[in-house]
Design a protein around this ligand. Structure first.
Ligand code: SF4
Length: 284
């Protein structure tokens, strides 16, 4: 078997926000009272499964929790709209909030922009929980744009006061491109780059590595926005790139003729999932 180098990107795997959410949630499972997880704590099926196995009940909505049930409601790292805290209080649930501080910061900005009477433009993935929550913090009025086509559909007079911010896991270049475009539509634009430090570092390290290898493997859940973005950015370098959720999805045919294989992983991918992939590659 020919020799193959395995290179691992700096800053891959759990970010500080996910580490924090994971640690807080783990502490709750040891408290001995019922724990309800609202949505996925982080976008990684293996992590969520681990919590389910320790007795945590995952619910999509608070209304799924039987009325009168006591317990703890875990808010995910992606954050929630303000109404959710109110609903939990009304139901008598103890809230344990694992929202990432970067997400909290973006929420505060969305609220401030809306309070100033600005049109709030959110660059993000429609339907992603973090983005839905940001819309909630903007008083329900935030306009979500995924791409240039969405942005061009926005219509307001040039005198309109506008503010723009990003889902924390967007790509820097993409946010900048859309911001530049929005500047052509209004004279009064406030720009807040709310992309988190962990995302920027991961993206840069992944792209740098992708340029040096013949094959790039991006490990992470299909639901994970930041993993998806990493895969897109690596792919754009021209290097063959595949996103896999676990080692089971690794097609050994991809390795044929490859001398250097690069690995990166999304911010919600646990170490043990990354290790399984590395172990298999080393075994070759
Ligand atoms: S990717 Fe960024 S915003 Fe998301 S949890 Fe990690 S540090 Fe927080």
């Amino acid at each position: 078997m020919p020799y193959m180098d395995i290179l691992i990107a700096e800053h891959s795997g759990f970010c500080e926000g996910v580490e924090r959410a994971y640690r807080i949630a783990l502490e709750q499972t040891r408290e001995g009272r019922p724990v309800f997880m609202l949505g996925n704590l982080v976008h990684n099926a293996q992590v969520v499964e681990k919590f389910k196995n320790s007795g945590v009940k995952v619910v999509k909505e608070i209304s799924e929790i039987p009325s009168g049930a006591q317990g703890t409601l875990l808010i995910s790292a992606h954050g929630v709209a303000p109404q959710v805290y109110e609903e939990a209080r009304t139901r008598g649930l103890a809230v344990v909030d694992t929202s990432c501080p970067w997400v909290k910061k973006a929420q505060k900005i969305a609220k401030e922009l809306a309070d100033e009477g600005r049109v709030v433009v959110i660059v993000g993935d429609k339907g992603h929980p973090e983005v839905k929550a940001l819309v909630g913090w903007s008083g329900g009025k935030g306009q979500v744009v995924e791409n240039l086509a969405d942005l061009q559909k926005l219509s307001f007079p040039p005198s309109e006061k506008v503010g723009i911010l990003a889902q924390t896991t967007q790509a820097e270049e993409h946010f900048k491109r859309l911001t530049d475009e929005l500047k052509k539509k209004t004279k009064d634009l406030k720009v807040f780059n709310t992309i988190c430090g962990a995302t920027s570092k991961r993206q840069k390290a992944a792209v740098d590595l992708a340029k040096k290898v013949d094959l790039m493997l991006v490990i992470g859940d299909k639901l994970s926005a930041n993993t998806k973005r990493l895969a897109e950015l690596c792919d754009q370098t021209g290097t063959e790139t595949h996103q896999i959720q676990t080692v089971k999805e690794l097609d050994q045919g991809w390795l044929k003729g490859k001398k250097k294989v690069g690995i990166t992983a999304g911010a919600s991918t646990p170490e043990w999932v990354i290790e399984e992939v590395i172990t298999l590659l080393r075994a070759r």
